[in-house]
Ligand binder design. Structure first.
Ligand SMILES: Nc1ncnc2c1ncn2[C@@H]1O[C@H](COP(=O)(O)OP(=O)(O)O)[C@@H](O)[C@H]1O
Ligand SMILES: N[C@@H](CC(=O)OP(=O)(O)O)C(=O)O
Length: 368
């Protein structure tokens, strides 16, 4: 077991090539300060994964799942090599462990794969040889050695899986925000930083589409008691939120303009659709007051998934905006992504007011 620190840097860290040297300088300072080795999980440069998806779709609009799984994660691999080479330029020993080398074995659900086996050997051995081991996020292989993808924005999940593999108790996740806020601080005026958040609250926020942390990463961290420390992605890497068992439950307004609510003819049809999406690893919430399912976070070829699974396609109802109060949630529905933004702002403006008659998961069609 290694005592390495586990750090993750999201795609927002890498807007230019110069960012790799800046980060290498920050990592070097930490190596000199602490003397601990570093396992660093990195995401693709911002926008690169979707550029690759665009290129793939130009050639085939409906590829099989194995092809994007093999192709999209190469963006994160390139990013990992750029960081390793920036460290080499500074005279540091660093190497990359790609998806087929890190010891994470998943099922064969190529685009939303689940880790079923972890071999700590490769990470432990490599950390004993190099000061920094760089791991591209999202990549793994199935039991046949075929490339699998942990899903959109899954580098957080890779980071927690790596922490677990090396027996670590904390994982530091860096982004262009220093932590979890009461709503998206780039879109909602007055959003406030939440310094201590419980796993349940963080998981609930991710489930409803708060982009800052991957839902399954929070779940895996909870299962293994791994504390998540959210930090800003530039020096001095200020620490904003800690997610732990001791964290607080509080109020938040969560929305993701890419999420969509689908309506079905009956509760049975909605339950079936929810089950099918869930089995495919796609994040959905069954809104129980009506036969509606919220598909969270976008990047799902809804048409293809529904056709392939022989589902009668759901009708487009709107965009969900979740009002979270502790463990209770009301899902409001906005007509469009733009509307969701205005609705989130109005809800956030009254976030400190007590809410009367709060019913869990009750969808509200009317605006607020
Ligand atoms: N409640 C929230 N708290 C903080 N950030 C949020 C929240 N909801 C959405 N976000 C968004 O999440 C973004 C960070 O996630 P992401 O874009 O995936 O970053 P990275 O590329 O670093 O992983 C922020 O820039 C912010 O706009
Ligand atoms: N290739 C991944 C990278 C990732 O996880 O992104 P981020 O850490 O920036 O959310 C993606 O775009 O899905």
């Amino acid at each position: 077991m290694s005592d390495a620190a586990i750090l993750k840097f999201g795609g927002s860290t890498f807007r230019t090539h110069a960012a790799y040297d800046k980060l290498a300088a920050g990592l070097e300072a930490r190596l000199e300060r602490e003397g601990r080795r570093l396992a660093v999980v990195v995401s693709a440069m911002q926008g690169e994964t979707e550029q690759l998806r665009g290129r793939l779709h130009e050639v085939n609009a409906h590829p099989d799942d194995a092809t994007p799984a093999g192709m999209l994660a190469t963006a994160d691999l390139i990013s990992a090599h750029l960081l390793a080479t920036a460290l080499h330029r500074r005279g540091r020993t660093a190497t990359v462990l790609a998806g087929h080398q890190i010891g994470l074995i998943t099922n064969s659900s190529f685009l939303w794969a689940r880790v079923i086996e972890t071999d700590p050997g490769p990470l432990d051995r490599t950390l004993s040889e190099y000061e920094v081991v760089v791991v591209p996020g999202g990549q793994a292989i199935d039991a046949h050695g075929r490339p699998t993808w942990l899903g959109k924005n899954s580098s957080d999940l890779s980071a927690i899986a790596v922490t677990r593999a090396v027996g670590g108790t904390a994982c530091e996740i860096h982004s262009d925000v220093d932590g979890i806020y009461t709503s998206d601080p780039h879109l909602v005026r007055g959003a406030r930083l939440l310094p201590k958040v419980s796993f349940n609250m963080a998981a609930l926020m991710s489930l409803y589409g708060a982009k800052v942390l991957h839902r399954r990463a929070v779940q895996l961290a909870l299962r293994h008691g791994i504390e998540i420390v959210c930090r800003y992605n530039r020096a001095p890497f200020s620490r904003g939120t800690t997610i732990s068992r001791e964290g607080d439950q509080m109020a938040a307004i969560v929305f993701n303009q890419r999420s969509v609510v689908l309506g079905y003819d009956s509760d049975d049809c909605a339950d079936l659709a929810h089950g099918v999406f869930h089995a495919a690893g796609i994040d959905t919430v069954r809104l129980t007051e009506k036969p509606w399912v919220a598909v969270v976070g976008g990047f799902v070829d809804l048409e293809a998934v529904q056709r392939r699974q022989n589902l009668k396609p759901g009708t487009h109802v709107g965009v969900p905006v979740a009002e979270i109060r502790g463990s209770k949630v009301i899902t409001h529905i906005a007509e469009s992504g733009e509307d969701a933004l205005h609705m989130a702002q109005r809800l956030h403006d009254r976030i400190d007011l007590p809410l009367v008659d709060l019913a869990p998961q009750q969808p509200h069609l009317a605006g607020v």
